[in-house]
Design a binder for this molecule. Structure first.
Ligand SMILES: Cc1cc2nc3c(=O)[nH]c(=O)nc-3n(C[C@H](O)[C@H](O)[C@H](O)COP(=O)(O)OP(=O)(O)OC[C@H]3O[C@@H](n4cnc5c(N)ncnc54)[C@H](O)[C@@H]3O)c2cc1C
Length: 476
């Protein structure tokens, strides 16, 4: 009998296991497929490996700008898949050896929770937890009613991460991170037409509206069409193409990606009898990731908002659960507003804390400042017209930071410290950023927000910017 039994070996589950095993507790992880879960095998890692390739192609296309004469002589789908697999295998080997090294028992098989709420059944075998059972079965692709996925023309991200071919005419339904990443990837890999259809009133609807607007403009320049406020009514496959109707429009595509989110994987695993699953299939937990069933915890994509369906949110929940089970240290509930949100499109999008509308809605007297990468040396080298946007309480602390541009998903790490520690713009402005770096834009945005702009002209937003205006300070 192990101290802890974890059902599901994705980021949430293996984070619990590694943290608890590091404390000397015995842990059994039951995994139906491969440890690493969606993230390593069908999500974060394969998509980012392929996006890296797409980024290289874009750089070659951009090479004449920097005085080079480079050509793309071919794109090999097999070669890209080999590269992607190498990256995944490397990480998989590392993870399995880490788990083995910590003495974690990994059981291959599909588990179901038994009536006692402490035991997982795998075939005839019983794995009973002495101390705690952790549910970590993750999520699966959400289906779109009336749209049949055939895995060839109409596909999900599970198919797309294995890249059977490069779409020529692609239509992506949904503009969350997954939809946008594949739209961006396929265009970079050479798709002739890419259209993103979003039912809500703007693409990237969870991000600050300024980022959505900027992304639309950049996509237009890249030849990616976006249609917001349109619901897909039908997808009809004929041969190797599909006719998609949305709003008043229709489009033909050889690849239709259904990217309308993910659903918690709670069916057929015995969770219902624990009384912990809500009508949408999510597992309900308190701020310590404890379910209503004694000694049963849940982490990762199983959890409803405000938890985020992101691997690093799963890691954080895994650490929290291991700390709570151990009963030592000083575990703190997760503040999900402080968990960075990342979308690896081109340009990259990343944010932490409150958007401007959210801050206004919460009753703050809001000030917002944008600093353009056009005023930043590395930004100019990258030819970026993106920006860092800082949302503050007027004359108060930083409430949110939003970045669109090169390496935004890395730059957001500094912003996380700023918002989580409730820094004042002037405190960040006092920190010296290395020059020349993209990170300087973070410093410059805070210099401007503190009222001491450096490489920037401060302008009121109600007056349209002209010339080299790279800071916009807005009130209200
Ligand atoms: C295309 C795509 C790109 C993504 N990119 C990013 C990104 O860049 N950054 C980011 O942070 N997040 C990203 N995500 C989200 C991320 O993958 C998930 O948030 C994360 O994997 C969730 O972790 P989890 O442990 O909750 O579940 P999962 O990763 O889904 O793992 C659950 C595991 O449980 C196993 N399991 C399920 N049922 C059973 C059972 N009954 N018995 C035994 N085992 C079982 C499954 O086989 C699986 O291995 C992406 C997702 C997708 C689809």
């Amino acid at each position: 009998m192990s101290d802890i039994v974890v059902l599901g070996g994705g980021p949430g589950g293996y984070a619990v296991a590694l943290r608890a095993a590091g404390r000397g507790q015995s842990v059994t992880v039951i995994e139906a497929d491969k440890v690493g879960g969606t993230c390593l095998h069908l999500g974060c890692i394969p998509s980012k490996a392929m996006l890296y390739v797409g980024g290289l192609l874009d750089q070659v296309r951009d090479s004449s700008r920097v005085g080079l004469d480079l050509d793309i002589n071919g794109v090999s789908v097999d070669g890209i898949n080999d590269f992607r697999e190498k990256v995944q295998n490397n990480l998989y080997r590392g993870l399995t050896s880490l788990m083995k090294g910590k003495g974690i028992e990994v059981v291959d098989g599909h588990g179901t929770v038994a009536d006692d709420g402490r035991t997982v059944l795998v075939d005839e075998q019983r794995y009973t937890a002495a101390s705690a059972l952790v549910l970590a079965t993750g999520s699966r692709v959400r289906s779109l009613p009336g749209v049949d996925v055939d895995g060839k023309v109409v596909i999900t991200s599970d198919d797309a991460t294995r890249l059977p071919r490069i779409p020529r005419r692609a239509l992506v339904i949904g503009s969350g991170a997954v939809g946008l990443e594949f739209a961006s990837l396929w265009r970079s890999l050479g798709a002739e037409e890419v259209t993103v259809v979003e039912a809500l009133d703007r693409i990237a609807p969870l991000e600050d509206p300024d980022l959505s607007k900027h992304l639309v403009r950049n996509y237009r320049k890249r030849g990616i069409t976006t249609v917001a406020g349109a619901t897909v009514d039908s997808v009809k496959v004929e041969g190797e193409a599909a006719m998609v109707r949305f709003g008043e429009q229709e489009a033909t595509a050889d690849t239709v990606l259904v990217a309308v989110g993910r659903s918690p994987r709670t069916e057929g695993v015995g969770f219902e009898q624990l009384g912990v699953v809500d009508e949408r299939g999510y597992v309900h937990v308190d701020e310590w990731c404890r379910t209503a069933a004694d000694g049963v915890y849940a982490v990762g994509d199983l959890l409803p908002p405000p938890s985020l369906a992101l691997a690093h949110a799963g890691f954080a929940e895994g650490f929290l659960v291991a700390d709570v089970i151990a009963g030592d240290g000083d575990p703190q509930p997760i503040d999900y507003a402080q968990v960075p949100r990342v979308t690896y499109t081109s340009p990259e999008v990343a944010s932490v804390g409150l958007t401007q509308p959210q801050a206004v809605e919460k009753g703050f007297d809001v000030a917002a400042t944008q600093y353009s990468f056009r005023g930043n040396a590395k930004g100019i080298i990258h030819d970026s017209d993106g920006f860092v946007k800082v949302v503050t309480e007027k004359d108060g602390e930083v409430l949110g930071v939003h970045v669109i541009g090169p390496h935004a998903t890395d730059l957001i790490a500094e912003a996380q410290l700023i918002t989580a520690w409730g820094a004042l713009p002037s405190e960040v402005a006092a920190l010296v950023h290395p020059h020349p770096t993209l990170a300087e834009a973070m410093g410059e945005a805070h210099l401007a927000a503190a009222g001491t702009p450096f490489h920037a002209h401060a302008k009121r937003a109600d007056k349209p910017p002209h010339g080299m205006v790279n800071a916009v300070r807005r009130y209200g």
